[in-house]
Ligand binder design. Structure first.
Ligand SMILES: *Cc1c(COP(=O)(O)O)cnc(C)c1O
Length: 410
């Protein structure tokens, strides 16, 4: 008998982004003469940098010569890239992370799910609401979430994240103590960044309660304000409780190339049921060498080019470009009285409706009156209802064009 994973039965709703896509297609079909600008895009729009393309071309040439050909690479990633990560992203910033604590990945999304495989299946998982939908869906598929009952997952711990707290998730309260917490900063979808002081509270909590924090910093390159951290390891003691997941996707246009990395510090310990300690770094290495054969040499060469002065400059330029779009979005909406969040250390602007409309109503209003698409906040959790997410992942021209007509929404 082919017995399917029952957990999929709980995932009834269409995945948020496909539903948005379907609605936009329908609108375009019924309004063939109108142009809809995509302001919902969670994907970069600028091409990969010339220095990345050049390194990748060189790598392809190497691979075509018998003396340079490379087959399987190290599962953990080539040393040239892991060393560059350890030096540039950590050591030069005063954080002690070594290359053997770094695992090159094919992007953040795979690892966010795969990390569940080194944890006990009865672990309690806490996820902020609203948040990036993969944390909940991964947890559901892997069996951490339990069942969906009246719109709530029976085993998932919800970290309420509301407007009155500036969309900062609240620490778990009472007897519901999670084993794992997903944190994302700068946040998708709210665009808000956890400040140093705020993150210290999370690390303190995790150290005290022996909780693992899976820290998704896919938008680290967008951090501009000094009191926002780029890495959780900037906080003392975090190396004992945190795994950091990063990606070149939003940093450098790698959404189609696929590369990122995950940091599993050697001082991070888990516990087996009999009370004995185990290095999570060792478990993750074992998991990766068994189930993963590494990222392509060509792509890793491209990623290494990001650590040259030229690569650094391009990252700054590209993220500045998206941040400028986000600023224009935020300022235009502010002018018309909308309440906005994010858009300063993030390409995302999180917007509240003027009259208490639901997210999908706001989506329809923007589409019909403003001729642009958005992402309904309710797709990120119940606290997201009443909000929409707009993104700076667009051209400056399109952003200006849409925002010039924003008064039509009133
Ligand atoms: C885009 C995104 C990811 C996925 O990044 P990939 O590296 O492309 O898989 C992970 N987390 C968040 C919050 C994201 O927005």
């Amino acid at each position: 008998m082919i017995r399917a994973n029952e957990n999929f039965r709980e995932l009834t709703e269409a995945y948020l982004f496909s539903e948005v896509g379907r609605k936009i297609r329908m609108y375009r079909e019924t309004h063939p003469n109108e142009e809809v600008v995509r302001m919902d895009i969670g994907d970069v729009t600028l091409p990969i940098f010339p220095c990345v393309a050049a390194e990748m071309k060189k790598a392809v040439e190497e691979m075509s010569k018998i003396s340079y050909f490379r087959g399987y690479g190290p599962e953990q990633g080539y040393p040239f890239l892991r060393n560059a990560v350890a030096d540039n992203d950590y050591r030069l910033r005063g954080i002690d992370i070594s290359p053997d604590e770094i695992f090159i990945s094919d992007g953040a999304k795979s690892d966010l799910a795969n990390l569940g495989e080194i944890l006990s299946p009865d672990s309690r998982v806490a996820v902020a609401d609203p948040s990036y939908p993969a944390y909940v869906d991964d947890s559901a598929i892997l069996g951490f979430a339990g069942n969906l009952s009246n719109g709530k997952w029976t085993r998932l711990i919800c970290l309420e994240s509301r407007e009155d707290k500036g969309f900062m998730p609240e620490l778990p309260s009472g007897e519901d103590c999670p084993d794992v917490i997903f944190l994302c900063s700068p946040n998708n979808p709210t665009g808000e960044c956890i400040r140093r002081e705020g993150l210290e509270k999370w690390v303190e909590y995790a150290l005290r309660r022996k909780t693992l924090i899976i820290y998704d910093s896919a938008y680290e390159a967008y951090v501009r304000e000094d009191d926002c951290v780029r890495s959780i390891y900037e906080i003392e003691g975090a190396e004992k409780i945190a795994i950091e997941v990063r990606s070149y996707s939003k940093t450098a246009g790698f959404t189609g190339l696929r590369c990122g990395y995950t940091v599993v510090p050697k001082s991070l310990k888990g516990k087996y049921r009999d009370g004995s300690d185990v290095d999570l770094n060792r478990l993750w290495l074992r998991r990766q060498t068994t189930m993963f054969n590494g990222v392509s040499y060509v792509v890793q060469k491209g990623a290494a080019a990001l650590y040259t002065p030229e690569g650094r400059e391009h990252i700054r330029e590209a993220t500045d470009y998206y941040l400028n779009n986000a600023r224009i979005i935020r300022e235009s909406l502010d002018k018309y009285g909308f309440r906005t969040f994010g858009g300063i250390n993030s390409p995302y602007v999180w917007v509240k409706g003027l009259n208490g409309e639901s997210s999908w109503d706001l989506f329809d209003i923007c589409l019909e009156k403003g001729k642009f698409s958005t992402t309904p906040g309710s797709g990120f959790g119940h606290n997201g209802d009443g909000y929409i997410r707009l993104t700076g992942f667009n051209t400056l021209e399109n952003t200006v064009k849409v925002m010039a007509e924003i008064r039509n929404l009133q």
